[in-house]
Design a protein around this ligand. Sequence first.
Ligand code: KIV
Ligand code: ZN
Length: 529
Amino acid sequence: MNDAAEQPSATPPARSEADRVLIFDTTLRDGEQSPGAAMTLEDKLKVAVVLDTMGVDIIEAGFPISSNGDFEAVCEIAKVVKNAVVCGLSRSSFADIDRAGEAVKFAARPRIHTFISTSPVHRKWKLNMDAEQVIAAVGASVARARNYTDNVEWSPEDATRTERDVLLRCCEIAIKQGATTLNIPDTVGYSVPEEYYALIKMLRETVPGGDKVVWSTHCHNDLGMAVANSLAGVRAGARQIECTINGLGERAGNAALEEIVMALKVRHDVLPYWCNVDSSYFTRASKLVAAVAAFPVQYNKAIVGRNAFAHESGIHQDGMLKNTETYEIMTPESVGLSKSTLSLGKLSGRAAFRDKLKQLGYELGDNAFQDAFRRFKDLADKKKLVFDEDIEALVDQEVATQTNRIKVIALQVVAGTGGPQRATITMEVDGHQETREATGDGPVDAIFKAIKAIVPHEARLPLYQVMAVTEGTDAQAEVMVRLEEDGRQVTGRGSDTDTMVASARAYVAALNKLMMKRQRGPAAQMMVS
Ligand code: KIV
Ligand code: ZN
């Protein structure tokens, strides 16, 4: 077995700048484009800080012209990020580029990423432009972006389905006008690794000035080949990979950042490249993104899925007890997964709780800490074993609760055979408490009706999902609720040892997001009775 497999987080032996791969994270832009994955400003700032701390080179913070919320998010992220380049996306129109330039100007190291579709199908159906018009727009947009910063990235959207001659001319003019990074998106996840390798190699070798710019990959996962294609691009000379935490992104998602980085580390023998990202943040980052985007990670997801380091069969367990290398090609610690899953109990004090929060990457202010500690004690009273995951769920919930207009104060449910099931809920809405009772077709239906009686709305419920955060009959339930209204989708998450309480919290979390979206959009304010 190679050395990297034994010690994946160790520094690879020889690191030349020529072999360095820049990690460009687009969780906050392409990732947020996943249906239902909208994040609040506070959530985005938390994610940006973790990305910056783990050593991501470029953070694509948003698409400033798309909404005032996105503009504000890019501005605020630009102000807090210390090390990474902060990038704003724009189409090719001058209004888009100017808005991106305005947003990233607060960054210590700003970048504008401008793009236009180049493929025949996009030119015809999206842009209604011919190839010559697109080529002219490329030159003009890059030149415009250069008025704001020297750090300009240009992308031909749907590059992999673009005629090679058109693509070459677009890339040439982008470089002539001063683009410093050329990103080649496989927008619809159509490529296979050999093909993507050949495309990047051809562009690097053929486009005049191609040896002076950084070539970048941006691969979607529609055929499950996003990571393989990205790595093929690197072998062909690309030195930036665009990716997202948990592979979040449009449709089937983007290349997963954690998979890319661990492939470079574990298989350094065949992929002799390196990057600056500290993989020990992966578990924390994955959980944070899953929580704030309300987007669960599939159990068998590579690197960060809950089964990624779990060994079930007797034969495997026997091997693991003798030597972990029998079934593990990287250590759980190298991706930030602590071996000791047993955490604190009801006798644990504030110091131990604070220390555990620190280990898990949380820094809470005094009030938030006191509230979280109170909830931890309540949980420890109800639950024999309190795991790290329980504490993370509890703190994420606490932080969300503090920023919300609607809160669940108390819930009583009558369930069982012989219905109708009945729920009585007390909620605080903008500081005022109100109690309502409702009956329903099952306890969850009754709870949601009672909530709706306090906060009337017309939103549909396309998703209600229950999962257990940890194991055992006293496990915390994690509930996810998606609401849809006027084409807007929001997802809320709630956790508690009581599935009904978790359901109420998740529903209310989604309502809070919906209210926030309504405030941002032109639609009228939500009526609160
Ligand atoms: O997938 C894509 O083509 C994109 C571009 C905007 C870079 O996300
Ligand atoms: Zn994309």
